[in-house]
Design a protein around this ligand. Structure first.
Ligand SMILES: CC(C)(COP(=O)(O)OP(=O)(O)OC[C@H]1O[C@@H](n2cnc3c(N)ncnc32)[C@H](O)[C@@H]1OP(=O)(O)O)[C@@H](O)C(=O)NCCC(=O)NCCS
Length: 160
């Protein structure tokens, strides 16, 4: 007797009308809303504006049908960049938008003095770790009790 097993999987619908651009002040409301939906411990408005208004800030957004659905906030520091936050609206996750946003960001810093990109990620954030690994980041160190809830961090690096 032979068996045919049907596995029901949710189809991934990739959005068509997508684009990336530099952050503008008018994006703050959308970013705050996504931040609050996506994280258990979201950044405050003040923390977000502290990073977007910094003179060394690099901030980009990704849009679907002209609506902001994700953002990447980073700081440049001589020859490296520190990614502070990358986040995609939960409804739009795993549709290729995080990768598209990172590639846009990488292209934007390509002709600068930047040689590497660093970031910290919670050790329990398996999805983000899988995401960064797929982009080519490598784990170079760990930090114990790095986050306010006592959780440790992995330090990841991407060499340009
Ligand atoms: C992490 C995050 C930014 C990834 O963005 P995304 O748009 O969902 O990721 P993409 O669709 O571009 O995925 C690129 C690759 O990452 C990996 N990946 C993404 N989501 C994944 C998931 N749920 N499970 C396993 N791997 C995943 C896959 O390798 C994927 O490639 P594939 O599509 O060929 O499988 C997004 O999940 C997010 O916003 N999470 C909440 C906020 C957060 O934790 N940010 C990181 C803080 S350090």
């Amino acid at each position: 007797m032979s068996w045919v097993i049907f596995i029901k999987t949710k189809p991934i619908i990739k959005p068509i009308n997508t684009s990336c651009r530099t952050y503008q002040n008018q994006d703050l409301k959308a970013i705050l809303a996504i931040e609050n939906l996506a994280y258990d411990f979201p950044w405050s408005q003040e923390k977000i504006t502290n990073s977007t208004d910094n003179t060394n800030a690099l901030a980009n957004v990704v849009l679907v049908d002209d609506q902001v659905v994700g953002y990447l906030l980073a700081l440049t520091c001589v020859d490296f960049v520190d990614i502070l936050n990358i986040c995609i609206h939960p409804k739009h996750q795993h549709q290729g938008l995080g990768r598209q946003l990172f590639n846009h960001f990488k292209h934007a810093i390509n002709n600068t003095a930047t040689k590497s990109i660093f970031l910290e990620v919670k050790r329990s954030n398996d999805v983000a770790i899988a995401f960064y690994q797929s982009l080519g980041f490598e784990s170079i160190d760990t930090r114990k009790k790095y986050y306010s809830n006592g959780e440790g961090a992995k330090i990841l690096r991407f060499i340009l």
